[in-house]
Design a protein around this ligand. Structure first.
Ligand SMILES: *[C@@H]1O[C@H](CO)[C@@H](O)[C@H](O)[C@H]1NC(C)=O
Ligand SMILES: *[C@@H]1O[C@H](CO)[C@@H](O)[C@H](O)[C@H]1NC(C)=O
Ligand SMILES: [Zn+2]
Length: 356
């Protein structure tokens, strides 16, 4: 492959008029004292400096990550010294890391050319989904499960063989900026579609046994916005009082609405929305789940980043009845992933792991 070929297929997102994060620093902090956690939690709620927590402060001896605007860096560093915080700089210019994230163009009808070494635009992901449905009509169907606030389609792939019955729903990018989760779900789809021709007997077995329902981009408006305008855009594009604030779709479902880890304040990053199911995207997903609830065995939601397997719930210290069974599955997966690439995952309820 020559250089010209490469340059033509890779689009550098830095060219667009998007919000830039030049000289924003990413810090890793570890609190060893209660008052240090208090300082960080206060910073997160009061926002008296322009910071964004990538790993939220809730526990001692656990990594906390925070992105700091260069305008506030002096004050931030001064506060770290004041509180005796243990800190490490992970990036002095996060824009540089963003600029290295490449978006590869997909040429329609060339299903085999789709690759997983870079990211893809929503249009290209949808084109690829439509193309695989056309190419493998016996096992793959394209489903339109609803529309977003900005009128985009929310698409799912249904992948099943004649013997499959029990259903599995896999969803990603409920948060628009979590691009890598999208790539995982399309990768999984591709593996399942090609399972019959694979040498991998386990893959073949899960492809035959389950009816897979995959939603690679659950928040298309937020995903598109995070690609074109603001790499860190998490929410959907909900407008209130003529201002686009966005709702955190993961906080918009009706179960224990806005009681844990969410905010009723519209300007907050974790804004739950005016009421449960106020957003078309969360309603579409709920409708899709209801439609398939009869034989639904598993529901997986993929997020980024962090190496964690999270089990419900976030609002209870008490473990659910089949926690042990889920933990057991998770631990087997963790061991396999570790053997594969040496990456260590942790597992626990959302309450125990994220403190929310
Ligand atoms: C980032 O910092 C460098 C070094 O201090 C400086 O030269 C550059 O102008 C800064 N960039 C922006 C966009 O502020
Ligand atoms: C909303 O903002 C637009 C553009 O700034 C303006 O033209 C319009 O009048 C505003 N609408 C309301 C209801 O405030
Ligand atoms: Zn997320």
């Amino acid at each position: 492959m020559n250089i010209h070929f490469l340059a033509w297929f890779l689009i550098l997102i830095g060219f667009s008029k998007s919000k830039r994060y030049d000289n924003y620093s990413l810090y890793n902090l570890v609190a060893t004292e209660r008052f240090q956690i208090k300082f960080l939690q206060n910073l997160e709620t009061q926002k008296y400096m322009d910071v964004m927590f990538w790993r939220r402060p809730f526990k001692l001896y656990t990594d906390i990550q925070v992105l700091v605007n260069p305008m506030d860096l002096g004050l931030f560093k001064e506060r770290l010294v004041h509180f005796g915080m243990n800190s490490r700089v992970l990036s002095e210019n996060i824009q540089q890391q963003f600029d290295q994230q490449l978006i590869r163009q997909y040429l329609r009808l060339k299903v085999d050319s789709y690759s997983w070494d870079s990211y893809h635009t929503l249009e290209d992901i949808y084109q690829w989904m439509a193309d695989v449905a056309v190419k493998y009509p016996k096992i793959v169907k394209l489903k339109d499960i609803g529309k977003t606030g900005e009128g985009r389609e929310i698409l799912a792939l249904s992948i099943k063989s004649p013997s499959s019955r029990a259903k599995v729903i896999v969803e990603a990018a409920l948060h628009g900026n979590e691009w890598v989760a999208v790539e995982f779900v399309t990768y999984l789809a591709n593996q399942l579609i090609r399972a019959e021709k694979s040498q991998d007997s386990k893959l073949k077995r899960v492809a035959r046994k389950f009816h897979w329902l995959l939603i690679p981009v659950a928040n298309p408006d937020g995903y598109a916005y995070s690609m074109k305008d603001d790499r860190l855009w998490r929410n959907n594009r909900h407008v209130s009082n003529n201002i686009t604030l966005g709702v955190d779709l993961n906080r918009n479902f009706d179960y224990s609405f806005c009681t844990q880890g969410g905010s009723k304040v519209p300007s907050k990053e974790y804004y739950c929305g005016p009421k449960e199911f106020s957003e078309p995207e969360s309603r579409a997903i709920a409708g899709f789940v209801s439609l398939h609830r009869k034989d639904l065995n598993f529901y997986f939601s993929f997020h980024a980043y962090g190496q964690k397997i999270l089990i419900p719930y976030s609002d209870s210290v008490k473990h659910i009845e089949n926690f042990g069974e889920m933990e057991n599955y998770g631990k087997q997966a963790i061991l396999k992933m570790y053997k594969l690439n040496g990456v260590k995952y942790s597992i626990g309820t959302i309450y125990d792991t994220l403190g929310e």
